[in-house]
Design a protein around this ligand. Structure first.
Ligand code: URA
Length: 396
């Protein structure tokens, strides 16, 4: 197989064979195919798409590019959750502890920020001491003991995705149904959970703005999951405004803690509860209606917050910083963006808010960038709110 021919075929809208996709995944993972050729193929896929058959082959090759984790030694149903990417999307920090407090085993490998969206691993690493790179034995031990561990993608889990994810982030090749589906599902299949909950975002802050594209992505990912023998459920949720009021790593941890302590914005609380209820339902703890009640109880009684503290403690993080948010990284300086005239906030360019947060240092411009965990944006007014000239609308 010549990589040149594979790129040329996809540029001409051809369907790649399983062998060609396997050759690409193996060659790129092994460092034999250079970034510039991989980038050219990714761009051709972005522009010309893939058939469902190609996407499934690509996903399975990427999943098998490294270790396939076997979680069967951990008791109970293991449920994983993944978002297709959003702005201010800190729901994992909330719904995973809620689900764990209800007896679900959550063995989750999360990602870093991608494009204008944030990543759970970056958020967790803003907690002083929190280690997202624990060994497999310790990971298993924590899931068995606490019901919950949140780690980054280890080097040997879907390494093809790890490399491609970082490359897509800096080559404008994120917004593609087959590339998003194969990226997410390769990790989910390799990570070994029995059941998978997908939060598929749609709207101005999502990678796929149009609802019909988000639906197509959801259907494709569910079909890939079910085809691999994993029950897979997708929720389609709005990303027409950032979730909650904060965007940026430590700011989002603080807001997640607020929700876990029974405070915080209602939109974030509601979506986190619904995601948690679906995870609990996937773990066969009751009907969806019963699981919604279980989720609410876990949040209202403080059991979910206690799980979050156990999570942070288990992975070496400073639990004091969770209780006293001023100990989390803070922005070095702030600037308020004020309304230029009287009026109302008609809508938010959610992707541009994510991009602004990335420019402030909360996300990466190149693969090597070091994040500023305290950087980000706090929204001081909500969509559709009346505002007066000079009123601060957002604090950078
Ligand atoms: N999340 C992922 O893991 N991959 C994508 O491509 C988009 C969101």
């Amino acid at each position: 197989m010549r990589m040149y021919d594979v790129i040329d075929k996809k540029r001409n809208c051809g369907e790649l064979t399983q062998e060609e996709l396997a050759g690409f995944v193996k060659g790129y993972t092994a460092g034999e195919i250079p970034d510039y050729q991989a980038s050219a193929l990714l761009m051709a896929i972005c522009i010309n798409g893939m058939t469902d058959r190609e996407t499934t082959w690509l996903t399975l090759e990427m999943a098998h590019s490294g270790k396939m984790v076997d979680l069967s030694s951990i008791s109970g149903k293991k449920v994983d959750k993944h978002s297709t990417g959003g702005v201010g999307d800190k729901t994992t920090l909330i719904c995973a502890p809620i689900a764990a407090a209800c007896g679900v085993k959550v063995a989750k490998m999360s990602g870093r920020g991608l494009g204008h969206t944030g990543g759970t691993v970056d958020k967790l690493e803003s907690i002083p001491g929190y280690c997202t790179a624990i060994g497999e034995e310790e990971f298993f031990r924590l899931v068995e003991k606490n019901g919950l561990a949140l780690v980054g993608q280890s080097g040997d889990l879907a390494p093809a995705d790890k490399k491609l994810y970082a490359l897509r982030d800096v080559t404008a090749t994120v917004k593609s149904i087959p590339l998003i589906a194969s990226s997410i599902m390769s990790k989910k299949l390799a990570a070994g959970s029995d059941k998978i909950l997908l939060d598929v975002k749609t709207g101005t802050g999502a990678f796929l703005e149009r609802q019909e594209d988000a639906e197509a992505l959801a259907r494709l990912m569910c079909a890939i999951g079910e085809g691999a023998g994993r029950e897979t459920v997708a929720l389609l949720t709005s990303m027409n405004a950032p979730l909650g009021r904060t965007v940026g790593n430590s700011l989002e941890v603080m807001e997640a803690v607020e929700i876990l302590q029974g405070k915080g914005p209602e939109d974030l609380r509601q979506i986190s509860l619904e995601l948690a209820a679906n995870m609990i339902c996937l773990a066969e703890k009751g009907t969806l209606v019963q699981c919604r009640r279980l989720a609410l109880e876990a949040l209202d009684t403080g059991a979910a917050f206690q799980k979050f503290v156990e999570l942070v403690e288990g992975q070496g993080g400073c639990t004091e910083a969770v209780r006293r948010p001023e100990m989390l990284p803070q922005g070095q300086c702030t600037m308020d963006w004020t309304a230029p005239c009287n009026g109302w906030l008609a809508y938010l360019h959610t992707d541009q808010i994510g991009e602004a947060s990335r420019l402030l240092g909360a996300g990466r411009q190149t693969k090597e960038d070091i994040l500023d965990y305290g950087a980000g944006i706090r929204l001081l007014a909500a969509s559709r709110e009346m505002i007066k000239k000079g009123q601060p609308v957002a604090r950078l």
